[in-house]
Design a protein around this ligand. Structure first.
Ligand code: ZN
Length: 546
């Protein structure tokens, strides 16, 4: 959305102005006109840059920071999740089954029951429900559960049949259809097979999608998010499988409802698709919409043991997938890299395991040797990294787009899964910064919450995984402002509080330099417009704005 030229000039004053980059003292005021920051400094000097009829907003000593940027999320799946049963808080299989049974009772006999974010690590039984258990509660209805990581799904017999799976179906390329010890389908499907199962779920109506997106946007603004990088499928390839094949068309139709700065990252195998779609609404740079990056997947997830590792999982079963797997042959990945890079697009490689990340770094090294030139390529997740990979990312200037909030959901089992010696290699934000890598914050929502302050707290606190990779609060803030702006190629216009930048600003209840506990978002501005204000009586929110 463009900064509205008619937005009234604003003087945001009596604030601690906190930017990730150091700023001279005596700075308590930001002047905004035409949707942009026009002055930063003391009140008198900043006011002199505005016409005399400007409005003054007294922030009452609150802290003003750049708007938060989420450099990797999935908006359409976020909307889809809004309609389904959330199983993330369940602590036992019985609880999961009872919620499913309640939901099934409200559905017609041929209806579907969909449960999301089921987490076997959080269930007492430490396993996922089975096909037989789903059949027992659904009375013949189709049931599909998505595992928390989004890369695994479990189906009832009816749902598996709808996907065309029976006990003799071979594993699809890049996927696994799991079997019970007696040879029947267990119900669990991994990676490409999970996408095929999820693709059988009927989609909500269009107006339901619009209403869901409005709720998603409200949550972003409540969390202080003013810019996003939106992952978007163009074919059956991607986390939503065939159901996501029209995601690009849906996203193009929904974009007008999003008053944020939006980079769209296409999950596409060729630059030609990108060039076609840049003619449409996803690419209007003057209006804060850019379509300038493509994403490809090299591996799976740690949660599902499909992230590709150098050495086997510490808690694996010794089977064929003990190291996880590369989900794309490296030569095919390289051909896609060359295609996107030589067309001038940014490339974003999904890599979670240390072997997948090394492969990504080596692919980039080869690319930039054979096709040297400026680039802004990225690795998405960069979860487990060996030292050589970190050095290579730094030397090649490849950005790491990370999700510190995963420490909240994964810290209980990371050491068990990776072993004590490898736990030091997980989410190594400190080592990345020390190697000169640009590190950008993101949520991967709906896999994780888009609560950016909670994510910054995880980057500082590390949730019991050891503090040697801990960041300072200002470094954590930089992940979600300056770092994410650079990852999205817009550091000249967002990410810091500077003259000429979009007036994307967040008012915090207190200075986070002592830590993020108890810090709340009081107000969010995008393009100089107040888009969210916390209830005044509860929070002491700033006054003076309509
Ligand atoms: Zn993602």
């Amino acid at each position: 959305m463009p900064p509205p030229p008619d937005a009234p000039p604003l003087l945001l004053t009596n604030a601690t102005v906190l930017d990730p980059s150091p700023r001279p003292a005596a700075c308590d005021t930001v002047a905004v006109a035409g949707g942009r920051i026009v002055a930063v400094g003391d009140r008198a000097a900043a006011a002199s840059s505005l016409p005399s009829d400007h409005r003054v907003v007294d922030l009452g000593g609150a802290t003003l920071v750049p708007g938060f940027i989420d450099a990797h999320l999935h908006p359409l799946p976020m909307c889809f999740f809004e309609h389904q049963l959330d199983l993330s808080t369940c602590s036992s299989i019985d609880e999961v089954l009872s919620l499913l049974s309640d939901r099934a009772a409200t559905e017609p006999a041929d209806g579907w029951v969909v449960g999301l974010r089921v987490d076997d690590e959080a269930l007492r039984e430490r396993r996922l429900p089975t096909r037989v258990e789903l059949d027992a509660v659904a009375n013949g209805r189709a049931v599909v559960l998505m595992r928390r990581d989004g890369h695994h799904a479990i189906g009832s017999s009816r749902a598996l049949a709808a996907a065309g799976f029976d006990a003799t179906t071979p594993d699809p390329p890049g996927g696994v259809i799991h079997h019970a010890p007696d040879g029947t389908l267990s119900g669990l499907c991994g990676e490409a097979a999970a996408q095929m199962l999820l693709a059988t779920v009927p989609l909500p109506e269009w107006d339901a999608f619009e209403a869901a997106l409005d709720r998603v946007v409200a949550a972003w603004l409540r969390h202080g998010i003013t810019g996003i990088s939106a992952m978007c499928q163009t074919s059956a390839e991607g986390p939503a499988g065939a159901a996501g094949a029209l995601e690009h068309a849906a996203w193009a139709g929904l974009l007008d409802r999003v008053p944020l700065d939006v980079q769209t990252i296409l999950i596409a195998t060729n630059a030609a698709t990108m060039r076609d779609l840049r003619q449409g609404p996803m690419h209007r740079p003057d209006a804060g919409r850019r379509l300038d990056a493509v994403k490809l997947f090299l591996d799976g997830t740690l949660g599902g043991r499909t992230a590709c590792l150098h050495r086997p999982y510490a808690d694996g079963d010794g089977g064929h997938d003990d190291h996880g797997m590369l989900t794309l042959p490296t030569e095919r990945a390289y051909a896609q890299l060359v295609d996107a890079h030589t067309a001038g697009f940014q490339v974003c490689i999904h890599a979670i395991g240390d072997r997948a990340n090394r492969t990504a770094a080596e692919l980039y090294a080869r690319l930039l040797t054979e096709h040297p030139g400026p680039h802004r390529h990225r690795v998405e997740h960069a979860s487990v990294l060996d030292d050589e990979t970190i050095d290579l990312l730094g030397a090649l200037d490849v950005t790491a787009v990370v999700q510190p909030i995963s420490l909240d959901s994964e810290s209980a089992w990371l050491a068990k899964r990776l072993g004590d010696e490898r736990i030091d290699r997980v989410y190594p934000f400190r080592a990345l910064l020390d190697a000169g890598v640009t590190v950008a914050g993101s949520s991967d929502a709906p896999i994780e919450s888009s609560d950016a302050l909670a994510a910054m707290d995880c980057a500082v606190d590390r949730r019991g995984t050891g503090l040697h990779h801990a960041l300072t609060p200002v470094e954590a803030l930089a992940l979600y402002t300056q770092g994410a702006a650079r990852a999205r190629q817009v550091e000249d216009s967002t990410g810091t509080i500077d003259d000429g930048h979009r007036a994307d600003l967040v008012v915090l209840s207190r200075d986070p330099r002592d830590g993020f506990a108890g810090v709340d978002v009081l107000a969010t501005y995008t393009g100089g417009q107040l888009r969210y204000q916390a209830p005044a009586q509860a929070t002491g929110a700033p006054t003076g704005d309509p």
